[in-house]
Design a protein around this ligand. Structure first.
Ligand code: PGA
Length: 241
């Protein structure tokens, strides 16, 4: 595990975008695993600018998002479908058919999870997976007490996650309580992993993930076992390292 500590959110976003752009430049048909939340917004802005100003080409890129809220339609403004459109896909030349996000409205959840796993395999596996980290150490929606052997599945959200994500909703009661998420096994199968974290509220989770025991109660700690994992974190998130 490599840990880079940077001075600002701007530097974190620029460095993360350079890593993703490098992956795409190196392999035009890269399979990218993408995340949502506040953390990657700056990286997506940088990538959009790289496309618009420098011609970074997404025409052959394939993407798989980590997760989607259960019960939200793609055009719901709280959905991760909508988030990705607004923050990245509307600004780059990615093909619609190359975008994959779990279907939060799937009637047959098990079939949807199997379909998602199969699509990842069929694409050749994820070349680079970008992750955020929850205050509780979650990655994707693999909440504390995570099953390390899990593939894509329907999970209940942790109380702390509902509280943290309530800032995006009118009230905490509106936050969906379940989501479809890639499992830890899916994430660990990515060839490279890039985790981003900023701000003091992530410091404890980052310390536990980097320096603690590998523990299902700190799902991100499993990343210690990945052979090509990079953390980019700002000084505040690094304060307990
Ligand atoms: P955030 O979410 O980027 O909004 O802090 C990260 C996460 O919960 O994984």
């Amino acid at each position: 595990m490599r840990v880079y500590v940077v001075d600002s959110y701007g530097e974190l976003s620029a460095k993360a975008a350079l890593i993703v752009a490098g992956q795409v430049a190196f392999k035009a048909d890269s399979v990218l695993g993408l995340c949502t939340g506040s953390t990657p917004v700056g990286m997506y802005k940088e990538l959009s600018a790289m496309h618009q100003k420098q011609g970074l080409d997404f025409s052959r890129v394939i993407t798989f998002n980590l997760d989607e809220y259960y019960g939200l339609a793609p055009d719901n403004i709280q959905s991760y479908h909508y988030f990705m459109k607004k923050n990245l896909f509307d600004h780059v030349n990615i093909k619609q058919e190359n975008i994959h996000i779990p279907d939060g409205l799937a009637a047959d959840i098990d079939a949807e999870c199997d379909r998602y796993e199969e699509a990842i395999q069929k694409a050749g596996g994820i070349d680079l997976q970008v992750l955020g980290i929850g205050r509780n150490g979650h990655i994707g929606f693999n909440e504390p007490a995570a099953k390390f052997s899990a593939a894509t599945f329907l999970t209940e959200l942790d109380e702390d996650t509902i509280k943290a994500n309530a800032r995006f909703f009118a009230s905490p009661g509106e936050v969906p309580t379940c989501a479809i998420t890639m499992g830890i096994k899916t994430i660990m199968q990515a060839k490279k992993i890039l985790l981003l974290a900023n701000g003091p509220e992530k410091a404890e989770a980052v310390r536990n993930a980097v320096k603690g025991d590998i523990d299902p109660y700190v799902p991100a700690s499993i990343l210690q076992l990945h052979s090509d994992c990079t953390f980019i974190i700002d000084r505040e998130a690094a304060k307990y390292l």
